[in-house]
Write a protein of this length. Structure first.
Length: 133
């Protein structure tokens, strides 16, 4: 009788232990799937997105501008740690206009003047970032 009472707690403990082991594998896989690109390629990708952003601003397409703001941040996340490690000053110079673009892209109505100014500033800084070895 006593052994039957112990079976349920043992089964529950075993289930919890196995469930915890399965979660660790998911964390490892998600870390491996984070894509990284070279600094030069990442900067070029961002510069292309900035060109698209300017065209979208000229067309006053708020939805596409918002998508471009998100795309810029996603592109930056792929290589920002490398830039930060190699040149912290340039890293900060990218962050400032990038955050302005992200916030401005979400606003309605769009402030085209501010977004264009930040896009120009970011484009200029990315030219320097491309040269990092």
């Amino acid at each position: 009788m006593k052994s039957r009472k112990l079976i349920v707690p043992i089964l529950i403990a075993s289930s919890l232990t196995l469930a915890a082991c399965g979660g660790a594998k998911d964390d490892k896989n998600s870390a491996e799937t984070k894509a990284t690109v070279s600094i030069s390629d990442g900067a070029k990708e961002m510069k292309q997105t900035i060109t698209d952003l300017r065209d979208q601003l000229n067309a006053n397409d708020a939805a596409k501008v918002k998508e471009s703001g998100v795309k810029l941040e996603e592109s930056w996340q792929k290589f920002e740690d490398d830039v930060k490690d190699k040149n912290a000053d340039l890293y900060e110079k990218v962050e400032t206009p990038l955050h302005t673009i992200e916030a401005g892209a979400k606003s309605n109505p769009l402030d085209a003047q501010t977004l264009n100014k930040s896009a120009d500033e970011l484009d200029s800084v990315l030219s320097d970032v491309e040269k990092i070895k």
